[in-house]
Design a protein around this ligand. Structure first.
Ligand code: LAC
Length: 215
């Protein structure tokens, strides 16, 4: 079975960059959760804005732009910018990820992510999970962000035809992938209500621990 994973928020904890820097930077101790939340929210909003407006820029650019906005909002010293961006290339995985990927060894795994090829390779190498995947597929190949259909079409183009599961912690991503035709798992890490959008996930899980048994 082909299984395509979203990367950020699904495999990688996007809050870990701000959390790790805050661990050694007293000025960030109280604000890092809000900084991380705004960074992520603006990052996603900028991908949708750029897709709708037809002015694509890669995810490294969007991620840096979103960080600049979040740092300005929270009054974070510009001296921390480079460290935060460097930590984004070495995000923590969620704790269950290495074990789940090992249990899925008989399947044909890939990543489908907004991340650039370089960002995905750096994060996977840092977490020592690269070897589990046949392909790290970046939407850069389509030149448009998820949830554009051209982004989801990359999985069949790279992995070949056949039934495929898509796994994402982003409700909008799980919904769009289901609408596209994937059997979709929504990893509802935040305990959120389902998105009111076309496309229903086939399964909802609180984390990835049950994925191998479900597949
Ligand atoms: C990704 C974002 C959506 O990895 O989390 O594509």
């Amino acid at each position: 079975m082909i299984i395509a994973f979203d990367a950020y928020g699904t495999l990688f904890d996007v809050t870990s960059a701000a959390r790790r820097l805050a661990g050694q930077t007293p000025a960030l101790a109280d604000i890092w959760p809000a900084l991380a939340a705004d960074w992520r929210a603006r990052q996603l909003e900028y991908t949708w804005q750029r897709a709708i407006r037809g002015c694509h820029a890669d995810f490294a650019t969007v991620t840096a732009d979103a960080l600049d906005w979040a740092m300005a909002r929270h009054g974070v010293d510009a001296a921390h910018r480079a460290a935060l961006l460097a930590l984004y290339d070495r995000l923590d995985t969620f704790p269950e990820v290495p074990g789940v990927l090992a249990r899925l060894a008989g399947h044909d795994l890939c990543i489908l992510s907004n991340g650039t090829p370089a960002m995905l390779r750096a994060a996977c190498d840092s977490a020592a999970i690269t070897g589990h995947f046949r392909a790290l597929i970046s939407v850069e190949e389509a030149g448009v962000y998820k949830p554009a259909r051209a982004a989801y079409a990359l999985v069949a183009a790279r992995m070949g035809p056949g039934p495929a599961v898509l796994v994402s912690s982003n409700g909008w991503d799980a919904s769009a992938a289901a609408d596209f035709g994937f059997r979709t798992v929504w990893v509802n890490r935040g305990g959120l209500p389902p998105d009111r959008l076309p496309g229903r996930p086939a399964a909802v899980m609180p984390d990835l621990s049950g994925l191998a048994a479900w597949v």
